[in-house]
Ligand binder design. Sequence first.
Ligand SMILES: [Zn+2]
Length: 107
Amino acid sequence: MSTGTRDTRNQQWLTELRTTLTNEFEAQTAQLTQLTADTGDPAEAHTQAALIAATRQSLEQISDALRRIADGSYGSCEKCGGQIPPARLEVLPQARFCVPCQEKQNR
Ligand SMILES: [Zn+2]
């Protein structure tokens, strides 16, 4: 088993991930524009504000992940510097911490 093969596959995976995240970023930006543009009825204002906040946070996480892909730090835990398991990144592409660090963070 050569590491070269694994690196190539990893690189390809990152390219695909970057495309997915870029699409997601665009979709969420469009959603945010729609949410903020809608004058709506006051009864929905609260729900809408929560949605806007959640979308903004999500956009931040996506752009952060894209930045980390660009600078090569993607996939490393920001706390302990360890590798985040690829299985976790597939489920949660914008993960910044490995599982143990994330659990500590959530406390
Ligand atoms: Zn960690």
